[in-house]
Design a protein around this ligand. Structure first.
Ligand code: PMP
Length: 386
């Protein structure tokens, strides 16, 4: 019997070619073949973020939270003023990390389901000077997409560095790091990048590296300190052996394959595919009569969909949907946690995944006692895909 599809907002279903790397005998981290793979992955990470050769990539063993920690630990000094654009659960985590390293946080908060616009950011930046602005590209707790391009332009205009948490966006949502001026763009392996959990990925601009170099105080985290990792990244990229902490060898081999798959498909195609499939899921959900957490389609993410439970249905729906073929996630934002569920559709997702998940949601809803016309979500999705 086939297993249900894993369609949560990370980890996701990974390609067979990626998974094959996980099963290979682990080479030495200084084996010439691995040095080549690591060096190429660093180069390809820059390409996937559309950043130029003077941008510095980091590939670290750890989850997305380590990528956040690494950016903040290295760029924030005690008493730096940081404006955290708060669109949900993960923005608040960013604020906590900034406070931990002594930064002074101001939150610019959107109600759940809404985003912050560049105009709102401009107003906030007119009130005080900030060293840094942080933005969550897609907030995984609400499915809200923020206009990173517009927001970064405003923040840079006000002289602040910009850190973007792209954990639920990189490899799916449009991102042009260098064009847009993003100073640190960070992500994790287990979402649209398409590799099992365990890698923290960052790319830093020359401006970010300059702020780090100019620090007056030491970095407050031993593991995250770029003083340890920069020489390692530079060595591997120059195809030389080096060691600070043992790299996650098989995960990096898998990353090498997934970055190649993304680049071979072509970034513009990747962006368009995620938009089309997301529109199809959202059309199917709307046809079922379910509303969504993002208050406007224009700021809804293309990596996940967050439908609200209809009247009389609750989280028990997810058990039925699983039995019908798809594993989905419950709510995460504390203010609305019990009111909605989340469907991930990113990475190597295809139209057949979209039809599978909508069929499973439809059937699950019927089992949960919510009357839906058979096929109505699928018809809406097919029309959108046509
Ligand atoms: N930021 C965002 C936007 C996320 O979605 C997540 C994970 N869901 C994280 C940060 C943290 O990543 P991890 O769970 O890999 O530590």
């Amino acid at each position: 019997m086939s297993r249900p599809r894993l369609m949560i907002p990370g980890p996701i279903e990974f390609t067979d070619e990626v998974m094959a790397q996980m099963a290979r005998p682990t080479p030495s981290h200084v084996d010439p073949s691995f040095i080549e793979v690591f060096g190429q992955a660093l180069e390809d990470l820059r390409k996937v973020f559309l950043a130029g050769p003077d941008y510095q990539p980091f590939i670290l063993a750890g989850s997305g939270t380590l990528a956040m920690d690494s950016a903040v630990a290295n760029l924030v000094e005690p008493d730096d003023r940081v404006l955290v654009v708060d669109t949900g659960y993960f923005s608040q985590r960013m604020a906590d990390i900034v406070r931990r390293y002594g930064g002074e946080v101001t939150l610019l908060s959107a109600p759940p389901g809404e985003t912050i616009t560049p105009d709102q950011l401009r107003d906030a930046l007119a009130q005080a000077d900030y060293d840094l602005v942080t933005i969550t590209h897609v907030d995984t707790s609400t499915g809200v997409l923020t206009d990173v391009r517009g927001m970064t332009a405003v923040a840079k205009g006000a002289g602040a560095l910009v850190i973007v948490d792209g954990v639920c966006a990189a490899g799916a949502e449009e991102l042009r790091q260098e064009d847009w001026g993003v100073d640190v763009y960070l992500t994790a392996s287990q979402k649209a990048i398409g590799v099992p959990p365990g890698l923290a990925l960052l790319v830093a601009s020359p401006g970010a590296m300059a702020k780090w170099l100019g620090r007056a105080t030491p970095v407050g985290s031993y593991y995250s300190d770029w003083n340890h990792w920069l020489p390692i990244m530079e060595a591997y990229e120059a195809r030389k052996a080096s060691y600070f902490g043992t790299p996650a060898v098989n995960l990096i081999m898998a990353l090498g394959v997934s970055l190649r798959q993304i680049l071979d498909e072509g970034l513009e195609n990747v962006f368009v595919r995620h938009k089309r499939l997301s529109d199809a899921v959202k059309a199917g959900i709307a046809a079922l009569g379910l509303s969504q957490v993002p208050t406007d389609h224009a700021h809804a993410a293309h990596t996940l969909t967050c439908p609200r439970y209809p009247e009389g249905v609750d989280a028990r729906l997810l058990k039925f949907v699983r039995e019908e073929g798809a594993i989905l996630a419950g709510g995460l934002h504390p203010a609305i946690k019990t009111e909605y569920f989340r469907i991930g559709h990113m990475g190597a997702v295809s139209r057949s995944d979209v039809l599978t998940v909508l069929g499973a949601v439809e059937a699950g809803l019927r089992r949960a006692g919510y009357a839906v016309e058979p096929g109505i979500a699928l018809a809406a999705a097919q029309a959108e895909l046509a």
